[in-house]
Design a protein around this ligand. Sequence first.
Ligand code: ZN
Ligand code: ZN
Length: 413
Amino acid sequence: MTKINWDESAELDKLAELSIKTGVALQPGQDLLITAPLEAAPLVRRLAYHAYREGAKIITPLYTDPEVVLARYRYAPKDSFEKATNWLFDGMAVAFDNNTARLAVVGEDPMLLSEQDPENVSKANKAVSIASSPLRERITRFDVNWNIIAWPGTHWAKRVFPKMSEDEAQLALADAIFNASRVKVADPIQAWKIHNNNLRERTEWLNAKNFEALHFYTDGTDLTVGLADDHEWMGGASIARNGITCNPNIPSEEVFTTPYASKVNGHVKSTKPLSHQGTLIEDISVVFKDGVIIEAKASKGEEVFLKLLDTDEGARRLGEVALVPHGSPISQSNLLFYNTLFDENAACHIALGQCYSKCFKNGGELSSDEVIKRGGNSSMIHVDWMIGSEAMNIDGINNDGNITPVFRNGDWA
Ligand code: ZN
Ligand code: ZN
């Protein structure tokens, strides 16, 4: 097994080109901010090449180094975990106000912090949540065009393919990423046009139905999720407030909207582990009453999950509900990626916390008060976890009580 020569990987280059042209949809004259793990430099360099060829003005990569993160947990003073780099987030917010496009490359070890003190992990997470609120506001409001893609990080690859050598695992993860991102075809940009059209057909159908609630039911689940007033379903390509049509997630298989934060009732279990900022949370089981989680447990990572729920008022309520057929390529790969970008596209999911104000009619124009009045949730967190399976049934319920099958046995009815 030889090391991968990324400079010669046609698929890596196709992913970079797809990300710039279809994902970010970078416009001539725009600046671009790229966040990425250090290891992803070969991809970031391909991104810079394509972005400058598209007419980018200034591209700024911000790299994170997992070793430096770990060093903090090992050696930094105990009382320092309540601090975050506010100046950095404030600066990024200024960049977005100046129409800088955003690109995030993920690829970190999902278990990076699993052996660190959960107290420090949750303190640091909370500090970042607070400090990054100007940033989150702009992203949930969808101010600028943005895109997330993945790099096959070696530690991440070993989690997904634990029996393989590091090089083999990285190659296998790269293959899975390229497959899920639809770049293993002659013309990925055309493939995404077709995919976006398919997703638009689904959202148009759901928007025309204008359901008042969705009822999810299987053996372990009986959950009714009320939908926000004036909610709108979204998926695939969408238009940012700066007028640019981009594809925020690559890959993406979901159609999603905003639940009514006080109209969620019943019980639901997670169907895949949730990898949350370095901790794996497994077998989540919660009970909702009038929108609020009143009972919660998990077989692993329960402490971190309960702390997450206590982040703020809105952390116990839903901010997103998303539909993904069991037949999606990511689901069919039968891999657990331990990464939300992939796992959320393998199954129907819900998200705790902040809603997307974009998922409303005229969403871009609504103030946060107007979003809340329509049933939208507000929180410092937005955490997706999977509830879908091949057994999932979903009914759409209209305000006259009329019931429409939406999903049967994990796929569109
Ligand atoms: Zn989602
Ligand atoms: Zn989400």
